[in-house]
Design a binder for this molecule. Structure first.
Ligand code: KG4
Ligand code: ZN
Length: 387
């Protein structure tokens, strides 16, 4: 079975085509085509993601990216003559009425492409920026209509979970109960799974998400957006150069009995520290970045450890953009060595950030288990929860 996946929840426009074979637990997963266009450079001047710009860029780029991915998958078969009736063109126009630019590209290019060998179209339905999500959803609906292929709506966070299990040509089977620590620009959550697609939220941030805290602190330190990789780079230098510890930041909620987090106090502590210290030297920047990274990691580790100590967890999954952080990865690898009955899954580095392969992966598991959410009227839901 071949799956086409589309991801447009934030500032990455991503499309992929994967082939899955075999059954659940022994699923082969081959990427036939994949392309991702990051808008980071465009959003940088706004210091964060600007939703209207994200929407416009997705609309501009989806058709060329799909063409590229179809070509890579050897599925692009042009037709000399247009393949759609006037009636179908009208339907398309209606479906893409909110994205006129996308409609024009779609009508001129994709109506001359023969139906590819694709069995399902997976699309991110949320959470994320609604205007951005809608572009992907409407695009998926238009493709579904002209090619008569069913759609599979996917939760972006489920995609981040599955990204951790994708290995070379397979989706690794896992043992339950599993615990997922999801850390991204919009989320910080601890989710327990008793089986696939059965989610129990056991902890979450009460204010900022971890990635958001990285980005905001980076901004205060005059570092470019997105701040996570910048802080991570500086912190790594501090570790390599073995710089002295001169700053102390709080570890918010580290000793509370629950599994919730709070990162806005940490951000404020950095603000006060910067006010007091004035402009930082290059060395001080590295030292502050390391202390911030340590503070975040300490809290994430402590809460996760508390669960591993008190509950029977067979699998620990750490996913989302922040899981690209090297220090965090090595600290969790060290932690898990003390828990021989728990297996740690970190996503391959190239799949930590937003991408369409993880959306295809989630769709593959859902299709294989027959647990496909209803697809009749997919809507963008910025706050979609895992359930
Ligand atoms: O999952 P993601 O790509 O997008 C969302 O779904 O939000 O996560 C993006 C977040 C950003 O806040 C970014 O700064 C952070 O992940 N990030 C990192 C690193 N790389 C990306 N945070 C810390 N260290 C990194 N190396
Ligand atoms: Zn994400």
């Amino acid at each position: 079975m071949n799956i086409l996946a589309i991801e447009t929840s934030c500032d990455e426009t991503a499309v992929s085509i994967v082939r899955i074979e075999g059954s659940f637990g022994d699923l082969s997963f081959e990427v036939l085509g994949n392309s991702l266009l990051s808008q980071v450079e465009l959003h940088r001047e706004y210091g964060g993601v600007f939703p209207a710009l994200a929407k416009r860029e997705h609309a501009k780029n989806l058709v060329p990216i799909l063409e590229k991915v179809l070509t890579e998958a050897k599925m692009l078969t042009p037709s000399e003559t247009p393949l759609l009736s006037q009636e179908q063109i009208c339907e398309l126009k209606e479906l893409l009425s909110r994205e006129p630019e996308l409609f024009v590209q779609f009508a001129t290019i994709l109506t001359r492409v023969r139906k590819p060998d694709i069995d399902a179209i997976a699309v991110t339905a949320g959470p994320g920026l609604e205007p951005a999500l809608w572009v992907g959803i409407n695009f998926a609906k238009a493709l579904s209509a002209i090619w008569n292929i069913p759609m599979v709506p996917i939760n972006h966070m489920e995609g981040h979970i599955v990204a951790c299990l994708i290995r070379h040509r397979e989706i690794a089977p896992i043992e339950f109960p599993a615990l997922a620590l999801l850390i991204s620009g919009g989320h910080t959550e601890l989710v327990k799974m008793s089986e696939w697609f059965s989610y129990e939220l056991i902890g979450q941030t009460r204010d900022d998400a971890v990635g958001e805290a990285f980005d905001k602190v980076a901004r205060m330190m005059n570092l470019p957006y997105p701040g996570g990789p910048e802080i991570s780079r500086l912190a790594e230098s501090a570790r390599e150069e073995n710089l002295e510890h001169v700053f102390t930041l709080p570890r918010p909620m580290i000793d509370t009995d629950d599994f919730d987090f709070s990162f806005s106090g940490l951000k404020t502590a950095v603000l006060y520290l910067l006010r007091e210290t004035g402009e930082l030297s290059e060395t001080q920047q590295k030292q502050l970045a390391r202390e911030f990274e340590d503070a975040v990691t300490d809290v994430l580790i402590k809460k996760t450890k508390h669960i591993l100590e008190t509950q029977d967890i067979k699998t620990l999954i750490i996913g989302g953009g922040v899981s690209a952080n090297t220090h965090l990865r090595t600290t969790f690898e060290t932690l898990i060595a003390d828990y021989p009955h728990t297996t740690l899954f970190l996503s391959p580095k190239e799949l930590t950030g937003d991408n369409a392969i993880m959306i295809a992966g989630a769709a593959a598991l859902r299709l294989q288990t027959g647990k496909v959410p209803p697809a009749e009227d997919i809507v963008a839901n910025g706050n979609l929860r895992l359930h």
